[in-house]
Write a protein that binds this ligand. Structure first.
Ligand SMILES: C[S@@+](CC[C@H](N)C(=O)[O-])C[C@H]1O[C@@H](n2cnc3c(N)ncnc32)[C@H](O)[C@@H]1O
Length: 187
């Protein structure tokens, strides 16, 4: 790894994540997931056969998931912006485990049920029932960018998942500024 492959706290990032971050910087894309979320995704992906991502952006979240997938695992990610899709396909060209689809996130609901689904489009976050249907029993939904110690009034998405009878939820502080919600679909 080169000297650039570390985050602000000095921890190393996988080279593929560095590549995606460079693509995001080149594109002026500011909505990539944080290092904290990425590190959590990498851990959660480890036990997944099938991972999905709603909203590819420049491929940073994809790169973290790919860094965690066990051999034989796969990732499908979907993005509606054609130019981002083209960019990410170049960044991930040497990664046979990933398929980058172009289109509205709802198309991902046709795919087989996911063991891990990173829901990173606000419209999807507002349609929790649809997202949940795409997840296998025991599978996980991940929502990032929540306020740490946030309340359910200012973040309705939080209230939805916390009160849903079919999921078990944990909130993880991935940095002082960000919490991530992990919801497991109960069998
Ligand atoms: C927060 S960014 C994704 C960041 C990425 N998941 C990461 O971790 O680096 C959200 C992305 O979703 C895309 N998007 C917005 N609405 C969408 C939709 N209806 N269907 C698919 N993609 C959408 C945006 O173009 C944007 O690239």
């Amino acid at each position: 790894m080169g000297p650039g492959d570390v985050d602000a706290s000095g921890r190393q990032r996988p080279p593929l994540v560095e590549r995606a971050l460079a693509a995001a910087a080149e594109a002026g894309f500011a909505d990539s997931c944080s290092d904290g979320t990425g590190r959590l995704l990498r851990v959660l992906a480890r036990r997944c056969a099938r991972a999905g991502e709603i909203g590819t952006g420049c491929g940073v979240g994809s790169a973290w998931i790919l860094a965690g997938l066990a051999p034989g695992g796969s990732l499908v990610t979907i993005e509606r912006d054609e130019s981002l899709v083209a960019r990410v396909r170049r960044v991930l060209a040497d990664q046979p485990a990933v398929r980058v689809r172009r289109g509205d996130w709802r198309r991902l609901l046709d795919e087989p049920p996911f063991d891990l689904l990173f829901a990173d489009v606000s419209d999807a976050r507002d349609h929790g029932e649809d997202v949940l249907r795409a997840v296998a029993p025991g599978g996980l939904v991940v929502l990032d960018d929540l306020a740490p110690h946030g309340d359910t009034d200012s973040e309705p998405v939080r209230a939805y998942w916390l009160s849903h009878p079919d999921v078990a939820v944990a909130e993880v502080a991935v940095s002082p500024a960000e919490a991530v919600m992990v919801a497991a679909r109960l069998p």
